[in-house]
Ligand binder design. Structure first.
Ligand code: F6R
Length: 237
């Protein structure tokens, strides 16, 4: 069941999104949070940092598992997702660095890295709350349109539209990595609660298809319709 909320502003989206995450942390201080990168969650992370600074939130018992990482980028590369998480959240709250997990984009054996990542999520007892953005092609994590839903963490070739969309973060499109490691749809769907956020006119159509169109691997986010506890917040700006 999807609780689909449409709000006018990105500020309002961030407030509501942060409310949901804050409620999870307060209810279960040792929650496992599944986290996302990209532009959509930045304001939510800022909101969570403000709540931490005001004493409302404590991250000391939280564990985080991120959705994905570019292959070939180390954690000190400014466009890596590990670096993004440090700069946009981890460095500004009291989360234990040893309890923050992001797939290793430099792993020599990507299959072993993916298997280890899935084992880690299992050992942690699964994800309590998974935060998701959505790509223009309907991807969640980097699960790109295809003929099936892939269950576990895997190596994926990025779709040309994803490479083009993410070029804004790099000096040129040629620098965008062509592949990534991503959590699979199985791990995402096993999260006990899911929050998907999207903002701006360009995402309107894909969000509508994901929320109320046919469930199809051509639009990977549509699988969320089969999850019992999903909130989607879309803002117009
Ligand atoms: C990022 C991720 C991606 C993004 C999606 C939207 O960890 O998994 O699925 O959420 O590409 O990106 P933005 O928010 O930059 O439009």
């Amino acid at each position: 069941m999807i609780d689909f909320q449409i709000v006018d502003t990105y500020d309002e989206l961030c407030r509501r999104g942060a409310d949901i995450i804050a409620a999870q942390i307060q209810k279960k201080p040792n929650s496992v949070l599944g986290l996302a990168t990209g532009s959509s969650p930045v304001g939510i992370y800022q909101n969570l940092i403000a709540r931490y600074r005001s004493g409302e939130l404590d991250f000391s018992k939280i564990t985080s598992v991120n959705l994905d990482e570019y292959v070939g980028l180390g954690g000190d590369h400014p466009q890596s997702y590990r670096y993004f998480m440090q700069k946009n959240l981890f460095d500004s709250v009291n989360i234990d660095p040893k309890k923050t997990f992001v797939p290793n984009g430099l792993a020599e054996d990507s299959a072993a890295e993916c298997a280890a990542y899935d084992r880690k999520i299992e050992e942690l007892g699964g994800i309590d709350l998974q935060l998701l953005g959505i790509g223009l092609d309907g991807h969640i994590g980097f699960n790109e349109p295809g003929d099936c839903f892939v269950e576990s963490t895997h190596l994926v070739a990025l779709h040309p539209s994803t490479i083009a969309a993410n070029a804004r973060f790099f000096e040129s499109v040629d620098e965008v990595p062509r592949s990534a490691l991503t959590m699979g749809i199985g791990s995402i769907m096993r999260a006990r609660k899911i929050l998907l956020i999207a903002n701006g006119a360009a995402k309107k159509e894909i969000v509508q298809k994901a929320v109320s169109g046919p469930v199809t691997p051509q639009i990977q986010a549509s699988v969320l319709q089969l999850h019992p506890d999903v909130t989607v917040i879309y803002s117009k700006d």
